[in-house]
Design a protein around this ligand. Structure first.
Ligand code: SAH
Length: 394
């Protein structure tokens, strides 16, 4: 069946010529036929030349490009795209490692699959659709993934209740699209953790902090650590393995504290170095003393859209100012922002201001970002979202 066609306004094909994968509603002159939400459409220039094809969706981003070639979006297409993603992970040594069996297999535009995220946790893949198109095509993706990864993936859990734009589609609830295991223990560099793919945030774990956690481990020996915004406790169990004297984990969610305690127990049963607190970050930072010489600040995205940037930057300033003010001399601060709309420079300026407010001498030891299994498509710089600084505070 031929795909419906969309025609762009004159000159609006420029970004597509540079392989940017989003077409905004303002670029569109006319839509032939009545494409359904999530349907594949072909995109033509005002000169009636084919330029791209992708998933249609009502909204600011009207088309998410799947291909810049005119080709059927069929089983073979999904297989090609997923194989390419899997090959990258194999080539960078991430797939099929028994002590590090957690990785992101598909990172949206970074893998030329706008709107799709797949994380692998041991034998289970957790798949998340961020567009109606990926939701509609979920079974085609599951079939292709099963063929490519064979025995490696026994279960595929679909977790899109909070990410597919609801109004657009009647939503079928989350659940297993393949298999149905309850064994949810995975490993990251030999450390074990439970993945809560039923109720957890994102796909159940923050895979994107793996390399930054490994770096923290190297700085943990003999230190007193505070893991602020701990969620499932990732940074905490690395600090413990790295030889920290004491580790305190804080999160405002009681459920997160329960997950953290379970994960610490899984790796270090009965270890008294660790205590977790369910408390608001700002309150905890206000009341805490100056006992920490290793602090992690990994807050949720303070800005989800452009309008919120100003407030977000103020939040980062306040948060970092409190930590820099109280960290022990010679202390090390790992500070992050995962807000995609907050640029690296803006985040750095916010931390700079926080440091200046404290009047202390602060040096940058490392500048961190997302790991290799969260690749950034060079034609889609918006894909870079995680920013981190490691600071040495005298
Ligand atoms: N560092 C974590 C991920 C952090 S996600 C990891 O490595 O996996 C952000 C966390 O911040 C969430 O668990 C959320 O519950 C928590 N959070 C949000 N607002 C908070 C606040 N005001 N005070 C403390 N924790 C908060």
């Amino acid at each position: 069946m031929p795909y419906n066609k969309i025609y762009l306004k004159p000159g609006k094909e420029e970004s597509l010529k540079r392989f940017h994968p989003w077409i905004f509603s303002g670029a569109i002159a006319r839509i032939d036929g009545k494409p359904d939400e999530g349907e594949v459409v072909e995109v033509y220039t005002s000169e009636k030349e084919f330029i791209a094809e992708g998933h249609f969706q009502t909204g600011s981003i009207t088309v998410r490009v799947l291909s810049f070639k005119q080709e059927p979006i069929d089983h073979e297409f999904w297989k090609r795209r997923l194989s390419a993603a899997y090959d990258v992970r194999k080539r960078i040594g991430l797939a099929a490692d028994p002590v590090n069996n957690t990785y992101r297999l598909v990172h949206g535009e970074g893998d030329h699959l706008s709107g799709l995220v797949i994380d692998v946790y041991a034998g289970t893949a957790v798949m998340q659709a961020h567009s109606v198109g990926m939701h509609i095509y979920r079974m085609a993706i599951v079939e292709a993934l099963s063929e490519i990864m064979g025995d490696q993936i026994e279960n595929i859990y679909y977790k899109s209740e909070t990410t597919v734009p609801f109004k657009a589609v009647p939503f079928s609830e989350d659940g297993f699209l393949k298999g149905g295991s309850t064994d949810n223990i995975a490993q990251e560099y030999g450390l074990k953790f439970h993945v809560d793919w039923l109720k957890g945030q994102k796909t159940g774990f923050f895979v994107d902090q793996r390399e930054n956690r490994a770096l923290l481990e190297r700085y943990s020996n003999g230190r007193s650590a505070l893991n602020m915004f701990c969620y499932t406790g990732g940074f905490s169990f690395y600090a413990m393995r790295g030889g920290a004297k004491l580790v305190h984990s804080v999160d405002s969610s009681a459920k997160a504290i329960e997950l953290t305690n379970n994960n610490v127990e899984l790796n270090f049963p009965g270890d008294e170095r660790h205590t977790a607190y369910a408390e608001d970050a700002f309150r905890y930072l206000d009341r805490m003393g100056d006992q920490y010489d290793l602090i992690v600040l990994d807050p949720p995205a303070f800005a989800k859209h452009r309008k919120a940037i100003r407030n977000a930057l103020q939040g980062y300033r306040r948060l970092n100012a409190k930590a820099i003010e109280k960290i022990k001399p010679g202390g090390i601060l790992f500070t992050f922002s995962c807000s995609q709309v907050v640029s690296k420079d803006d985040f750095r300026a916010a931390v700079f201001t926080a440091a200046a407010m404290s009047g202390r001498s602060v040096r940058i030891l490392h500048q961190l970002t997302q790991p290799a299994d969260h690749p950034v498509n060079i034609y889609h710089p918006e894909g870079e979202y995680l920013k981190g600084l490691v600071l040495y505070v005298e």
